[in-house]
Design a protein around this ligand. Sequence first.
Ligand code: S3P
Length: 176
Amino acid sequence: MLPNLILIGFMGCGKSSVGRRLSTLTGHRLIDSDEQIVQAEGRSIAKIFAAEGEGYFRQVEKQVLESLIGLAGIILSTGGGLVVPPENRLILRKIGIVGWLDAEPDILFERASRSGKRPLLKTENPRETFDTLRESRMEAYSDAADFRFDSSGLSHDVVARGLLEEAQRHLHRFEG
Ligand code: S3P
């Protein structure tokens, strides 16, 4: 059986949409860490940030991640900051093959700011915040990932198929 596949990457990289496509292609169940947090808390991400702050959100995010250890047959789509704590990266690599979904910064920013729902971008200069945060996380994405995939200009279907092809090259981590 295909191991679990995990999508990491910055806001706007398409983890949720590509995750849905991957779920259809593989038959694996899609789990979205942000959705799990919303369910566990009974309120939106924006409300959690506003009422409790980012630190609390990160605690719940970690608990959600830990609750997934041992599951098989899943596609896991993660929130953009989940990879920041090094211990989360170790857990991710144990759970499955980790693909870093990336795209050109302009594309990411356009998609990330479209919904207006991302609390971390509610600043005076969202683009500057976006660039600084993205830059500060590059190392964490690189460290967590088995591979990086540039989705710029590609449809969700093409990206999902490309990711599956890449994932095949990393099966050895879960064999034998
Ligand atoms: C965050 C990204 C969001 C969500 C939260 C924090 C981040 O998920 O987890 O707003 O720290 O980058 P997406 O990457 O799906 O936007």
